[in-house]
Design a binder for this molecule. Structure first.
Ligand code: FAD
Length: 406
């Protein structure tokens, strides 16, 4: 089949659905290698997102490898500009280390590069289908774009049910894994925002685990992201959403009030529920998925981008082979889904996600002890915990689709 026979839509080498961090990095990398790339993205500006990412050294190295680190530099905030409190005590304020960046600024600094090298269509994809060797993406307006390869980088798929784009089944690993609440606030005493970012972690067993991250937006305004593992019926959740945020946060986040004092709410609270989920047998759909679309991760640490950028690396390695093979109708997507490097990172990411939740809310003695010991636990003990948590979660996910809480 050649270009002229595609009556419905233009044919690209690769069509990427979603221009979040992973879709943007992938499209940039492939376009830089000479592929004709089209990206379909539903949001022209990135919503001021809940996701304020800690970028670890491995993530920075991956961005460097992709040639994107210099582009990101202006929005990176070194960790020594973050005051970090654990259980009410300042634990870090000056150390060198990973970086913090707001997700919207990260993606918005990458996208202008993308529009120079790829075709970007600002529209929502509504359906993806495979017609022989050609894959097509139908957009909301009815326009169709086609590619030899289609990569879904459209973010996490909701647990349970069916992927709306591929209509393939989605496996639930842990429904309602965590909840993040986000709002703008103003401290009564504006001088208390002493650093561009303040992070308050509560890790001990009396309160479970919470992380409140505060980012200075300038002119006295502060963005709050409050990560919890509360269930939908948790009394504190209801109180927080019903307007008593100050007292709930003051009670549960140790160190905040002594350090920064009371605050006023400056916006309604947004609540985001993260499921751990992944498409079931994705290689059967004939469509490639990457980043969160290929398996959601814990939002509490720098796991998501690490996993997503590894997907980019593996895809870039396989792309020339696939593009050649797709034209002859024989590409083998299991080379990606079962790729040893991808397998290792995906497994580690899932293990860490499961571990984080268990450390946060599991009240059995082993996990309660782990919570109390905190970061002082030796690596080999940690590895044993993580290994058993993952085995257990995979077994549960296999046995029942209802996940870790069952
Ligand atoms: C509260 C929270 C905190 C987090 N903190 C961290 C952290 O500190 N460090 C870290 O590394 N990770 C963190 N993560 C995870 C990280 O944000 C994700 O792993 C990462 O954003 C995944 O990138 P992505 O490009 O795969 O998906 P996304 O960033 O979700 O991007 C998907 C893109 O696809 C677009 N899209 C969706 N559907 C369609 C459609 N039908 N048509 C067209 N476009 C579509 C969306 O508009 C979006 O732009 C956090 C996540 C959350 C929720």
């Amino acid at each position: 089949m050649d270009r002229s026979s595609i009556s419905q839509g233009q044919l690209y080498d690769v069509v990427v659905v979603g221009a979040g961090a992973v879709g943007t990095a992938l499209a940039w990398k492939l376009a830089a290698e000479g592929y004709r790339v089209c990206v379909c993205e539903q949001n022209q500006s990135v919503p001021e997102s809940l996701r304020l990412d800690a970028l670890s050294h491995p993530v920075l190295s991956l961005f460097r490898e992709l040639g994107l680190l210099e582009v990101l530099r202006p929005v990176l905030m070194p960790l020594d500009s973050v005051a970090h409190f654990r259980n009410g005590h300042l634990v870090k304020g000056t150390s060198e280390g990973p970086y913090v960046v707001s997700y919207d600024r990260l993606v918005e600094s990458l996208r202008p590069r993308l529009v120079k090298v790829a075709t970007v269509i600002w529209e929502r994809a509504v359906q993806v289908s495979v017609q022989g060797r050609i894959k097509s993406v139908r957009l909301e307006s009815g326009q169709v774009v086609c590619g030899w390869i289609v990569v879904l980088a459209n973010g996490a798929v909701q647990a349970g049910g069916v992927d709306p784009l591929t209509e393939g089944p989605v496996r639930t690993i842990c429904p309602e894994y965590s909840r993040t609440f986000s709002w703008d606030l103003e401290f009564e005493d504006t001088d208390r925002m002493t650093h561009p970012a303040l992070v308050f972690q509560t890790t001990h067993s009396a309160h479970g685990y919470h992380a409140l991250k505060l980012f200075d937006l300038g002119e006295g305004r502060v963005r709050a992201n409050f990560l919890t593992y509360w269930s939908s019926g948790d009394k504190r959740r209801r109180e927080l959403l019903e307007g008593d945020a100050l007292s709930v946060v003051a009670r549960t986040v140790e160190g905040l009030i002594p350090y920064a004092g009371p605050f006023r709410m400056m916006s309604p609270i947004e609540e985001t529920v993260a499921d751990l989920s992944q498409p079931e047998n994705p290689e059967e759909s004939g469509i490639v998925s990457a980043g969160d679309a290929c398996g959601a991760t814990a939002p509490s640490g720098p796991l998501g981008l690490r996993k997503g950028l590894h997907d980019v690396r593996v895809l870039a390695e396989l792309m020339s082979r696939w593009e050649r093979e797709a034209r002859t109708g024989s590409e083998d997507l299991s080379a990606y889904y079962a790729h040893p490097a991808k397998h290792a990172i995906d497994g580690e990411t899932l293990a860490r996600s499961v571990r984080d939740r268990k450390v946060a809310i599991d009240w059995r003695p082993a996990w309660a002890t782990r919570r109390l010991i905190g970061d002082r636990i030796p690596d080999w003990v940690e590895a044993a915990f993580v290994g058993s948590a993952v085995r257990q979660s995979l077994n549960l996910a296999r046995q029942s689709r209802s996940g870790l809480d069952s």
